[in-house]
Ligand binder design. Structure first.
Ligand code: HEM
Ligand SMILES: *[C@@H]1O[C@H](CO)[C@@H](O)[C@H](O)[C@H]1NC(C)=O
Ligand SMILES: *[C@@H]1O[C@H](CO)[C@@H](O)[C@H](O)[C@H]1NC(C)=O
Length: 529
């Protein structure tokens, strides 16, 4: 009896001692001027469990529970300042040197691409611009962004992408019905169209082994980013990267990028200008597929899911888009239908609203900034050097004051100005991030997602194999991902619409001066966001 009591008492005693000392450690290492520390039940451990279980919803839960503009979370080895207030987000984005993104990008890309020592040194050198405006990372954005802003280069890549989508869907229409798993099918379609537009006729992704390798690589990204013994914990991803790097090395060595997009050429030139070894250029290019494809694929899936699973959404969008279609005959006598994507972007408010609502609901992005030196944020909060600032988009996208009590519900008309009369503050819509790190690929991605969805829904019906669409499918997202994917794929039948007779082909055009649509507060005019 006594022995038993002791065997209980000792561990319990030790547990209490550990618990108390962890609490003291928390308090002792927390300055009163720092953002308030949340009293989580088990110091250092509760946030890890919470984030693992609830993912980004954990931040929404903590916001709803404590209602603080900014707070401190402690996990082993890190101090996190999590930001809820839109005003503080704007203040943080203005301090882009002190609250920096680039050092995080530099370290993450070295871990992910598994660069050589030479390349890693090139990447790290002056990565936050402390010694002036030079260096690989510092000048990367300005070297590459021009190829992605609305203009001739972007139009060129968009036109190539639209042509590939048209060819692929024209082919699909020749079959009576196609049975596929929806997510897997979208992934394949978007991968080929996007990468062929980016890389040109010698696109390495045309090799199915490279395509498969990319998704294997992406599946191991978390372990690669954290550099948590990846050759052991993500060995397949490491093999996929090494294999594809040699395919991309051949691509560049043969000068195939000369026939590719301005984007790929700009990236290659930037690396060569900084004396990056060819194998590292190849690694970096392959890893960049995560930016090119990682969000486009799931957002296209969610567009199709929401349009087809709700007859009223389908009807609204079809009606708007039908008015955009022009009919003509081409030289061979084939009846041609043409849809001008530039017009779609200016004249289909419900369709655009559906897209923005998808972006709002499935965004899981958490913008991170590294605190480079002690900083008083907004003259109110002390941010300590070495800590990380986090700005989770779901917190903004689920703010009841901005979006109403129905913020958890998909409302395809939500972004039509007249329907709500209200619009969120500039920091309130963050699917593409914001400030100096606002996603440069947002215009390319949007044109692609809208075009693919538009032509799908004008030509095809999609029905789930089981007869009914899954209601609010379960989602999944790794900590670094900006868009969630469906947890389970499901089978659908894709069938051409009866009235779509066979002797018609589809084409897309872009008017000569393609205009951007507003996708963030930074995209003027701000009238409808
Ligand atoms: C729907 C599709 C997309 C979504 C939702 C998306 C979202 C994002 C987000 C949330 C960020 C981080 C911003 C921050 O932390 O403040 C970002 C950054 C970035 N995105 Fe995208 N993205 C998409 C498509 C693309 C595409 C197609 C490309 C390339 C062509 C691209 C290239 C980039 C790059 C290079 C950055 C880093 C920005 C920098 O270093 O300044 N994205 N994106
Ligand atoms: C990269 O890996 C190192 C360990 O090798 C780790 O300390 C660091 O946090 C990782 N970088 C990022 C951005 O996660
Ligand atoms: C929601 O957004 C409004 C307007 O930007 C802001 O004033 C408010 O603090 C936010 N609410 C929460 C709970 O974060």
């Amino acid at each position: 009896m006594r022995a038993m009591a002791i065997t209980y008492v000792i561990p319990v005693g030790v547990a209490i001692l550990v618990y108390v000392s962890l609490h003291l450690l928390l308090l002792y290492t927390h300055n009163k001027r720092e953002p308030p520390l949340l009293e989580t039940s088990i110091p250092f451990v509760s946030p890890i469990i919470g984030l693992n279980r609830k993912k980004t919803n954990y931040y929404v839960m903590l916001r709803d529970k404590y209602n603080l503009p900014i707070y401190t979370l402690r996990i082993p080895g890190s101090k996190l300042y999590v930001v809820n207030s839109p005003a503080l987000i704007s203040a943080i984005q203005r301090q882009y040197r002190t609250l920096a993104f680039m050092p995080i990008v530099a370290k993450a890309s070295i871990n992910v691409s598994r660069f050589s020592k030479t390349a890693s040194e090139i990447i790290i050198l002056n990565s936050n611009g402390d010694d002036g405006y030079w260096g690989y990372i510092m000048t990367f954005h300005d070297a590459v962004a021009p190829s992605l802003v609305p203009g001739a280069d972007l139009d060129g890549m968009n036109r190539a992408m639209l042509k590939l989508v048209a060819v692929s869907l024209n082919r699909l229409r020749e079959q009576a019905a196609t049975n596929v798993k929806l997510f897997g099918w979208v992934r394949h379609q978007m991968t080929l169209a996007t990468t062929s537009a980016a890389y040109g006729p010698s696109n390495p992704y045309k090799d199915p082994t490279v395509e498969a390798a990319f998704w294997t690589f992406k599946a191991g990204m978390s372990q690669l980013i954290l550099d948590f013994l990846p050759t052991w914990t993500a060995s397949e991803a490491v093999t996929a990267l090494d294999f594809s790097a040699s395919a991309f090395e051949n691509y560049f060595r043969d000068d195939d990028h000369a026939k590719g997009s301005a984007l790929v050429q700009a990236r290659y030139k930037h690396s060569i200008d900084h004396h990056m070894p060819l194998n590292d250029i190849a690694r970096s290019e392959f890893a960049n597929g995560v930016a090119l494809l990682g969000n486009t694929v799931p957002n296209t899936f969610w567009m199709l899911y929401h349009v087809y699973s709700d007859p009223s959404v389908l009807e609204d969008c079809r009606k708007e888009l039908s008015d955009m279609v022009a009919h003509s005959d081409n030289a061979e006598g084939t009846r041609l239908r043409t849809i001008d994507m530039s017009k779609v972007k200016t004249s289909c408010p419900i369709f655009l609203s559906t897209f923005k609502e998808v972006l709002r609901l499935y965004s899981t992005s958490v913008s991170a900034r590294l605190v480079m030196e002690d900083h008083m944020l907004d003259n109110q909060y002390l941010l300590k050097k070495g800590s990380t600032v986090l700005m989770p988009s779901p917190v903004q996208h689920h703010n009841a004051t901005v979006w109403g009590e129905n913020h958890n519900i998909f409302n395809h008309r939500r972004f039509i100005a007249s329907a709500t009369g209200k619009r969120p503050s500039p920091a309130g819509f963050r699917a593409f991030g914001g400030g100096t790190t606002l996603c440069p690929g947002r215009h390319f991605a949007s044109t692609e997602i809208l075009a693919f969805t538009a032509v799908m829904l004008l030509q095809f019906d999609i029905k789930p194999k089981t007869g009914h669409w899954p209601k609010s499918p379960k989602t999944k997202a790794e900590f670094w991902e900006a868009t969630s994917s469906p947890k389970d794929d499901f089978e659908v039948e894709i069938r051409p619409i009866e009235s779509e007779v066979m002797d018609r082909d589809w084409a897309f055009t872009l008017s000569d001066l393609d205009q951007p649509i507003e996708l963030s507060a930074e995209d003027l005019p701000l009238t409808e966001m």
